[in-house]
Design a protein around this ligand. Structure first.
Ligand SMILES: C[S@@+](CC[C@H](N)C(=O)[O-])C[C@H]1O[C@@H](n2cnc3c(N)ncnc32)[C@H](O)[C@@H]1O
Ligand SMILES: [Zn+2]
Length: 325
């Protein structure tokens, strides 16, 4: 048994910047740092500080650890349309939607942050969360805090943050986990707080739908299993999951409704046998290398014009902005 007096000396409240505001993922009691151990007053040991990163995971995730470490370094010189245009072209306008929804200085959680977005680190009090430690080591260079934890059990107090954001995470969750994550988002958000999620969806995009029908095996391997996508859901199914969690959707943006698709998609389509695969190889070539930026610029222009004439169900991805009433 531990001597209580010694424990009290060793234990300090989580005034430590690395663990400030972190709560027990089960009962949401503020945790205390005891040496390198994260202790809940009710549950006992709930995690550890590994290096400078608080971790609430018993062991490394075998699929995600080290898999995604992307970091977005671009920081626009101001908030103007032209200065932030690169985000519209390279990231489908997701950072622009975050900036429009959440004021500078807000306390914002990014779930599935990988290496994070430098601009967010400058603009907000950022708390980055991810299953993978490698990504968090990078995000920690720009974010106020990072925590290794699961999206379905957010280790923060009720009504403690202004925003929860995520890019390319939602499609990695099962329907059940999507509902749990959103219920957690609702709990940790202050009233009026917002979620901004950018994610892939089940699409009726004519190119992808043909490929899916023609080669369901390749579709499963390349579009789903290889990336850890547990299943895309339709626009309506996604709307329902936000609404069932008690959010009011205030804006939706749809991406890639036409055959002008981003090069990683063409790369997957290039495994299509015969002529379609060869066309996809050319499209992949055009969309990567030296022509990547002009191609993405074209994609953005098409999304903003012709794309809007097509049904939302043709979109390959969407951004949902919703508010906790
Ligand atoms: C496709 S990456 C996206 C990374 C980054 N947001 C971006 O847009 O480049 C998905 C990220 O979500 C993380 N992730 C997957 N499932 C998660 C979960 N259940 N809880 C927390 N993070 C998760 C992965 O480790 C990975 O870093
Ligand atoms: Zn606890």
């Amino acid at each position: 048994m531990r001597n209580d007096h010694q424990a009290a000396e060793k234990t300090r409240p989580s005034g430590d910047a690395r663990t400030a505001s972190i709560c027990c993922p089960t009962d949401h009691a503020p945790i205390r740092l005891d040496g390198d151990v994260l202790v809940c007053p009710n549950c006992g040991l709930v995690g550890r500080l590994v290096g400078n990163i608080p971790s609430l995971m018993a062991e490394a995730d075998p699929f995600y650890e080290g898999k995604y470490v992307n970091r977005t370094k671009f920081v626009p010189p101001n908030d103007g349309f032209l200065a932030t245009l690169p985000f519209r072209i390279v990231l489908f306008g997701y950072p622009n939607e975050v900036a429009a929804a959440l004021k500078p200085g807000a306390k914002v959680v990014e779930i599935g942050c990988a290496g994070g977005v430098d601009w967010f680190g400058r603009r907000y009090h950022m708390i980055g969360m991810d299953l993978s430690r490698k990504g968090l080591e990078i995000a920690g260079e720009n974010y106020a805090q990072v925590v290794q934890c699961n999206a379905t059990r957010i280790p923060l107090a009720d009504a403690s943050v202004d925003g929860v954001i995520s890019a390319c995470l939602f499609e990695h969750l099962t329907n059940e986990d999507k509902a749990s994550m959103l219920s957690e988002c609702r709990r940790v958000l202050k009233p009026g707080g917002k979620v901004v999620f950018f994610y892939d969806i089940k699409t009726e995009n004519s190119v992808i739908a043909r490929y899916r029908a023609c080669r369901p095996d390749l579709y499963q391997t390349l579009f789903l299993d290889g990336d850890g996508h547990l299943g895309y859901t339709s626009v309506d199914e996604n709307r329902a999951v936000f609404q069932d969690a008690g959010f009011k959707i205030i804006r939706e943006v749809f991406h890639e409704r036409t055959a002008v698709l981003a090069s990683p998609v063409w790369y997957k389509l290039s495994r299509w046998p015969g002529i379609p695969g060869r066309v996809a190889q050319v499209m992949h070539f055009l969309g990567s290398g030296a022509l990547r930026l002009p191609w993405l610029g074209l994609l953005w222009a098409v999304d903003c014009t012709v794309g809007r004439l097509l049904p939302a169900t043709f979109a390959r991805g969407m951004t949902t902005i919703a508010v906790k009433p």
